[in-house]
Unconditional design. Structure first.
Length: 116
């Protein structure tokens, strides 16, 4: 299973970006989500979505970011609105394979830079 993330880039404060992450291969996925990690800081949960559609967000992005998924395409999306300079970092997507053999897979990371 491989994850390919798309959609990072440079955007001005207040702007929007949409990240996508597609998982290749035949796999039953439970959770899909995004983390981010700035140099020297702890990894931070951005958002996660369960197979049934329930979601959870990090406090710093609530109300600005929206996570969604397309189960038929094994793809997770992150719509990021009202971006702030402090959102600048590398974003990593992940999936959690469903039981009976749960396992976490990570994408390669995509850079998001918010700057005027």
């Amino acid at each position: 299973v491989q994850l390919q993330a798309y959609g990072g880039g440079l955007v001005k404060p207040g702007g929007s970006l949409r990240l996508s992450c597609a998982a290749s291969g035949s796999i039953s996925i439970n959770f899909m989500g995004w983390y981010r990690q700035a140099p020297g800081l702890e990894r931070e949960l951005v958002a996660v979505i369960a197979a049934g559609g329930s979601t959870n967000y990090g406090d710093s992005v609530k109300g600005r970011f929206t996570i969604s998924r397309d189960n038929a395409k094994n793809t997770v999306y992150l719509q990021m609105n009202n971006l702030k300079p402090e959102d600048t970092t590398v974003y990593y997507c992940y999936i959690r394979r469903a039981p009976p053999t749960p396992r976490t897979y990570w994408g390669q990371g995509t850079q998001v830079t918010v700057s005027s």
